[in-house]
Write a protein of this length. Structure first.
Length: 229
């Protein structure tokens, strides 16, 4: 995190080439950008601009940006305090990281010697896009096409957090279709063993031997009777 903040600080100093003249009441600061820079509601081409606080006693967090000779107001920006522990003797501009092909987005402006600065509030649709690109919360508000400084003073500021991607769910296991089940081989079931009635032995031999034995006994008895006669 410290390395990232240091890199952003050094990058910001590349933009602020001439922050030389400043007035303490309105924090007037002359800044020259070497390439296009995005501010809430406007993209400034490379050139020299004048940053001032709105001349108001009730709100010290509305920033006006003028052209180099201060003949035209280019944009009026709502801001909130952005505190820092160690003040700097020079103007510091902080930028959000952006894709290479897009202009840098100005996030905050610190006046020399102050331990607080102005963090800019972007219109809600643009804040949502910046949060998605940077992966960091971005201050936002509901914006109208034309607004007066008095309307800006009463605007509600919220922080837009980057959207979280839903975790990918694993696909449920596929079940075999009914047709597939029908083609599967059916296992043979064991045949049931017949039950025998209790007290009865199974027939183990044929009745023919008994019949023959009876016939022989009959013949023996007949001979015995004839002999006695």
């Amino acid at each position: 995190m410290l390395k990232r903040m240091t890199a952003l600080f050094c990058f910001a100093m590349l933009f602020a080439i001439f922050p030389a003249r400043a007035d303490e009441w309105n924090n007037k600061t002359i800044v020259t950008f070497s390439q296009p820079v995005e501010l809430p509601g406007v993209v400034l081409p490379s050139g020299t601009y004048v940053f001032k606080l709105l001349n108001s006693l009730s709100n010290r967090h509305i920033v006006q940006v003028f052209n180099a000779d201060e003949t035209k107001i280019l944009t009026t920006i709502l801001a909130i305090p952005n505190y820092r522990l160690t003040p700097s003797g020079e103007t510091v501009l902080r930028f959000d990281e952006r894709p290479k092909e897009q202009p840098e987005a100005l996030r905050a402006w610190f006046y020399p010697g102050d331990n607080f600065g102005q963090e800019f509030v972007y219109p809600k649709p643009r804040a949502m896009r910046l949060a998605e690109i940077t992966g960091q919360p971005v201050l936002s508000r509901e914006a109208k096409p034309i607004e007066t400084p008095e309307e800006l003073k009463s605007a509600t500021v919220v922080a837009i957090a980057p959207a979280r991607k839903a975790p990918e769910m694993a696909a449920p296991p596929t079940r075999p279709s009914v047709e597939a089940d029908r083609t599967a081989p059916v296992p043979e079931l064991p045949r049931p063993i017949p039950e025998l009635p209790v007290g009865k032995l199974p027939d183990t031999a044929s009745p023919l031997p008994l019949v023959a034995l009876a016939g022989i006994l009959s013949l023996g008895v007949a001979r015995l009777l004839n002999g006695r006669r």
